[in-house]
Design a protein around this ligand. Structure first.
Ligand SMILES: *Cc1c(COP(=O)(O)O)cnc(C)c1O
Length: 427
């Protein structure tokens, strides 16, 4: 199959390489693990993005999950435009912040107070600081393959882009910054000493492909934390308002002490949050002595976009999205395996992963093993040439949006059949 024209994207990438490390402002965008160079997006609408050369892609990146309605949703654009006309940032509180916090508190059982920040990285970093401040303890337990943003202490075995680049952690992180980080295998309940401030976990792991925990795993983590006086943090930056309006926690019958949210709640603008019970949240400044702040925190454009998105996400929206994802997963399984490639397509409600391997992936080691056979990269390229954009990394999930129609799903499955045949024939 002939390559579509990428001359304008390639020219932009060459210019970008001169003025930006690796030509990108977030590493996985560079296509390092799948080869070739990235398409530069000129515009996007609904389920589609159009690149700088006019090629259109059916998009399963959807800003890495930030976009659940699809791109350029009219209600979101309208809300952002109306907000922008009133000024883009003030450095004083606004009604939008109150409304967004009220929306989160109402949607997520057990969540009483919210602090808005500008990125998931900030949310998890602050949640850990809060947990340390509230408990007076210093150690943090995280799980291999869970990504919690790029703060020093949480980068170890970080999944996502860290895994894509084949890094264990990062240069520039002093030993002291990770001395109190303990990394445990996902799916295992770690031993917790009385020096552990918090356990942070993705309740459904979505940065090493998709790993759905055993049904009782999160409840057992909860019990272990309770027994040790350790706080439990659910990093729902992906799962929050993605798998259900309540996030993942109630689906497992477990309440964490703190939640972090991001991606969907910002409606495609920079916004994230940490949340929890009043008693705990009040350790944050200005009430308590755990400091945290942000010039653009609760930005009025971002709260307007977030509110416009969350207003459209009722139970029916999640059911319909989950039905589309289930059909897509079933179609991908059949199409790819009929072409002669071994594949696992795990699903958790509205999230879907693709691993080219013969048995289910249960943890980071399994995800690394599945990614190491090198099938994802040519499959990604074969899909992209046919106009379907998956994430340029074997460690990401597929993000379907509410703008993906039944015929988009059908087309994706047909495209996957052709792409898988091409990949199988070349092996
Ligand atoms: C994306 C992500 C983050 C980091 O969010 P940013 O906004 O990219 O800083 C944290 N945790 C999880 C689970 C994520 O998927």
């Amino acid at each position: 199959m002939a390559d579509p024209d990428h001359s304008r994207s390639n020219e932009l990438f060459e210019r970008a390489l001169r003025v930006t490390p690796g030509g990108v402002n977030s590493p996985v965008r560079a296509f390092g693990s799948v080869g070739g160079s990235p398409y530069f997006v000129a515009s996007a609408s609904g389920a589609f993005v159009t690149d700088a050369d006019g090629n259109e892609y059916l998009d399963y990146v959807q800003s890495w999950g930030a976009s659940i309605l699809g791109h350029a949703d009219p209600a979101v654009l309208d809300a952002v435009n109306r907000a922008a006309a009133k000024g883009t940032t003030y450095g004083a509180p606004t009604e939008g912040e109150v409304l967004l916090a009220e929306t989160l508190v109402e949607a997520v059982p057990g969540c009483e107070q919210v602090r808005l920040v500008s990125s998931g990285t900030e949310a998890t970093m602050t949640a850990v600081r809060l947990a340390r401040g509230a408990t007076g303890r210093s150690r943090v337990v995280k799980f291999a393959g869970c990504y919690h943003g790029h703060s020093d202490g949480l980068l170890a075995a970080g999944g996502s882009g860290v895994a894509t680049l084949g890094l264990a952690g990062s240069e520039g992180v002093p030993a002291g910054a990770v001395a109190d980080t303990i990394v445990a295998p996902y799916g295992v309940v770690p031993e917790l000493g009385d020096d552990v401030a918090c356990v942070i976990v993705e309740p459904v792991a979505a940065n090493m492909g998709l790993v759905v925990p055993e049904p009782e795993y999160l409840a057992r983590l909860r019990s272990a934390c309770d027994a040790a006086g350790t706080l439990l943090i659910f990093d729902e930056v992906i799962t929050g308002f993605r798998v259900a309006r309540s996030g993942a926690a109630p689906l497992f019958g477990v309440q964490p002490d703190l939640w972090t949210f991001g991606k969907v709640i910002g409606g495609g603008l920079p916004l994230a949050a940490l949340a929890g019970k009043v008693e705990l949240m009040e350790h944050l400044a200005p009430v308590g002595s755990v400091y945290q702040a942000g010039t653009l925190s609760g930005n009025p454009l971002a709260t307007a976009a977030g509110l416009a998105v969350l207003a459209q996400l009722d139970e029916g929206a999640y059911d319909s999205l989950a039905a589309r994802v289930a059909r897509l997963a079933q179609g991908l399984r059949e199409a790819i395996s009929s072409a002669g490639l071994e594949v696992q397509v795990p699903v958790f409600r509205t999230l879907l992963g693709i691993y080219f391997t013969d048995s289910p992936v249960e943890n980071y080691d399994g995800a690394v093993r599945a990614a190491s056979n090198g099938i994802y990269a040519p499959f990604f390229q074969a899909m992209l040439r046919r106009g379907v954009a998956l994430a340029p990394s074997a460690y990401e999930v597929g993000f379907c949006s509410l703008a993906h129609s039944e015929s988009d799903i059908d087309r994706t499955i047909e495209t996957a059949a052709a792409a898988a045949s091409e990949v199988a024939a070349a092996r």
